[in-house]
Each structure stands twice: as C-alpha cells, then as structure tokens.
Design a protein around this ligand. Structure first.
Ligand SMILES: *Cc1c(COP(=O)(O)O)cnc(C)c1O
Length: 240
C-alpha cells in the first residue's frame, strides 16, 4: 500500500478508538482534539495527514520542528512543541510554534515570554505536570527524565505564565509515568487541571494520552490527545 493509504488506515483506526472512548466516557468526539506527533517522520507525512484533515502537529526537538515548520509554512497548520525545552532554544521555538505544551519552570516561561514578544507572536502555553507521585518540588528522582513541574508548583507557574503579555495560559499537559496505571495518573492530572481552572477559567486544555493510553486519558477528561506511533508507525531513528 502507499504511504497515503497506510496513514489513512491508521487514522481511521485511531478515530475509531477515540469515538469508542468518547462514547464510553459519555463525551462528545468533538470535545477531544487529535494532535499528530510527527517527530522522526518527514514533512511529507505531515502533508499527507493534513490532506486527511488533521491540522495540529507536534514535535519534540527544536531543530527538526523548525525545519518542518519552515518547509510547510503557509499551509495553515498548528505546530505544538511537546519535548523538553532548553532555555536557549526558546527563541527558536517561539518563532514557529503556536503552542508550547512542555513548560515546567519559571526560567523557561521568562525565556518564551521575551522571545515571543520580540517575534511579535503570541504563544499558547500548557504547564507540564509531573505525575510520578512525588508532591514536593525538586527531589532527586531524575530517572524518568521526562520533565514536568510537581503538582504543588503548578499554581505559581501558571500565575507567571498568565502575567506575560505574549503568552496565553491554555491548560496542563502530562505524560503518564512508567509503572503507574495511566488511569490513576490521568485522574491526578484531572485534579490539577480542575484546581487550575478555578483560578484561570480559560485554561481548559488537558493534554494527556498517547498511542498506548488514549482511552484512559479520554476517560479522565483529556481534551487533547497526542498520538505518534498509532498514526505513523514505530518511531524511526531521529532525523538529522
Ligand atoms: C512522542 C510523544 C508522544 C506520542 O507518543 P506515541 O506513543 O508515539 O503516541 C506524545 N507526547 C509526547 C510528549 C511525546 O514526546
């Protein structure tokens, strides 16, 4: 089959899963946005998926994301940055991203705010939450290495985002940690999200769920799911 045919079939299967998950949760399919995670896959796949109706694409590495966004400029796509982001890459990301989902520390907020202002762009921001069960800040457990602010640190970080003219606080994002039931992790995220909405009623986004756990995320109220492998296949080695 052609790549276009493979992608159409994979998208139909993911759509079916989302429809089933929404029905099981008593939710409307249109209340969950599907974001295609295209990291390691070429810009031509983004084009094919956009021809199948997708508009939102996520990337995890600045260099790769910048190249794809440049190549596909003018196509009315929305680029999401979901990877761990070094402060010194903030200016680059602010130049092409519409949404940064992986904001987890004050210095990164400041760097994105300055860069977005300079670029005369507005960025939607999600606070990434760490769901490994440790409530305290800091902590020595770097093994997961996936970033995220401790739940207790979310309110202050959210305030800082909300105070920046070039940033819009849109909600929260999380990756289910290894070794934890996704449903329990996402239930925890739902509580963090509810607390955030009490202070910031417009911050309604809950970005949770990937290829392996999107049903659990939808059951726990995710409004965005980020799907890579189930759409595009097993990840290739990173593009250079
Ligand atoms: C790669 C990635 C995804 C997609 O994961 P799949 O298992 O391929 O669906 C989602 N979120 C983040 C933050 C990622 O880095």
């Amino acid at each position: 089959m052609t790549r276009a045919g493979d992608l159409a079939q994979a998208l139909a299967a993911v759509e079916q899963r989302l429809t089933t998950a929404c029905a099981a949760a008593g939710r409307l399919r249109e209340d969950v946005t599907l974001i295609a995670v295209t990291k390691t896959w070429p810009a031509s796949d983004v084009v094919l998926l956009s021809e199948l109706g997708l508009r939102a694409f996520a990337e995890a590495r600045d260099q790769e994301a910048a190249a794809k966004a440049r190549e596909l400029a003018g196509r009315d796509l929305r680029w999401h940055f979901v990877g761990q982001l070094q402060t010194n890459k903030a200016a680059s990301v602010a130049g092409y991203a519409d949404v940064v989902q992986s904001v987890d520390r004050p210095r990164l907020v400041q760097a994105l705010a300055v860069a977005a202002l300079r670029a005369e762009r507005s960025l939607d921001v999600l606070v990434q939450v760490r769901l490994d069960g440790h409530e305290g800040g800091g902590g020595g457990d770097g093994a997961a290495g996936r970033g995220g602010a401790a739940p207790a640190a979310v309110p202050a970080l959210a305030e800082l985002v909300a105070s920046q003219p070039a940033l819009r606080l849109a909600g929260v994002m999380a990756v289910a940690p290894r070794g934890v039931e996704p449903e329990a992790a996402f239930a925890r995220l739902a509580r963090v999200a509810a607390r955030l909405r009490a202070a910031h009623p417009d911050a309604t986004v809950v970005s949770a769920g990937m290829s392996g756990d999107l049903e659990a995320a939808v059951a726990q109220g995710a409004t965005w799911v980020r799907v890579g492998a189930a759409l595009l296949g097993s990840r290739r080695s990173p593009l250079r």
